[in-house]
Design a protein around this ligand. Structure first.
Ligand code: PHE
Length: 338
């Protein structure tokens, strides 16, 4: 009897120690000490034994059961421990590892130049004025002394939305809007987007201009040249000055086109200025009295100057950008450099 119990104990021991899974261990448990196990059927034989042998027999079977139970518990603890270690290893998170870096954005070169322009003019006592991109003919043409048969009204230059509604072709529209609302003294700049039907390396159908308008008693052409030169020196460098070429704009008289000394070669001649030593920068002039009259500003009492510069052009020169289309392509490799 004792021998048979020992056999059961030994085989339980070796089978249990072989297993590595909790599921299998449950099956072994019911096989060795469950209700239908060999050990329990042993217990049933107790009634066929003489009374005095029964306690010792019972004790022996219970001891064996206890031993097997202990083996199972030990094994269970070992399996759980090793499973836990495995989980720890496979799900390990290194909290000291540095995080993933998010790329930082940067300001667009036009925004950078736009803000610098505003800063320079604000420091010289100018206000910043704004006007809408979608305009009417009155603000874009009529009030700017541009007669109905003027070539600039041609559909090929200006984007019309419908009859009287168009995308402004110049920031000079804001001159009109400011003079409609305010009487002199006026001293504003107005940076903004303009639209014209042209597209090549130095023209974009949507581009940026900054307009300046100064109206007061005794404002002269010399003031215009002075402010413009101060601006250019602050924007580029002390070496940069401008020259004016006679020109025509309907809303200024006299009018001029502004050239600046080439910021690349300082006038010697290079491929950027195509050998001339000068770069075209915008237009300027004294406000035509007709414009004042239309906007009910006393043209006998007041004079004024205005000029318009290309912001994209300034950005291209400042950052040595060879093609204007790069400014609008939104290529991250390009934008990252600023
Ligand atoms: N609006 C003109 C242009 O776009 C430039 C300009 C502005 C000329 C102000 C004179 C005065 O060409």
């Amino acid at each position: 009897m004792k021998e048979e119990l020992n056999k059961i104990l030994e085989s339980a021991k070796s089978e249990i120690n072989k297993t590595g899974s909790i599921h299998e261990l449950q099956q072994l448990k019911s096989r060795f000490i469950g209700k239908k196990s060999g050990l329990m059927s042993f217990m049933k034989q107790i009634s066929s034994l003489p009374k005095e042998e029964r306690p010792a027999f019972g004790q022996l079977v219970n001891e064996t059961k206890q031993k097997i139970t202990n083996i199972i518990l030990n094994c269970e603890a070992e399996i759980k421990e090793s499973d836990y270690k495995k989980t720890l290893k496979s799900e390990f998170i290194d909290l000291t590892m540095p995080g993933r870096k998010h790329e930082k954005g940067s300001l667009h070169p036009i925004t950078l130049v736009w803000r610098e322009i505003e800063d320079i003019f604000l420091s010289m006592g100018f206000d910043v004025a704004e006007g809408p991109d979608v305009e009417d003919e009155f603000h874009n043409f009529d009030a700017l002394n541009t007669p109905p048969d003027h070539p600039a009204r041609n559909l090929s230059d200006t984007f019309y939305i419908e009859n009287d509604v168009l995308l402004r072709a110049q920031t000079s529209t804001v001159q009109v809007r400011v003079m409609e609302k305010h009487k002199p003294p006026i001293k504003i700049i107005s940076p903004g987007r303009c639209y014209r039907n042209e597209n090549d390396a130095s023209h974009s159908p949507a581009f940026h201009q900054v307009e300046a308008l100064v109206v007061d008693e005794g404002v002269t052409f010399a003031d215009l040249r002075d402010i413009l030169n101060i601006f250019l020196k602050k924007m580029f460098s002390e070496n940069i000055s401008s020259r004016f070429r006679p020109h025509f704009f309907p809303f200024t008289e006299p009018s001029a086109e502004i050239d600046i000394i080439c910021v690349n070669c300082l006038g010697k001649g290079c491929n950027i200025c195509k050998g001339s030593g000068w770069l075209e920068m915008g237009g300027a002039g004294m406000v035509d009295p007709n414009v004042f009259d239309m906007l009910e500003i006393d043209s006998e009492k007041y004079t004024g100057y205005a000029f318009g510069l290309g912001i994209d052009r300034i950005a291209m020169l400042k950052f040595k950008i060879p093609d204007m289309r790069m400014l609008f392509a939104n290529d991250v490799r390009f934008l990252k450099q600023f």
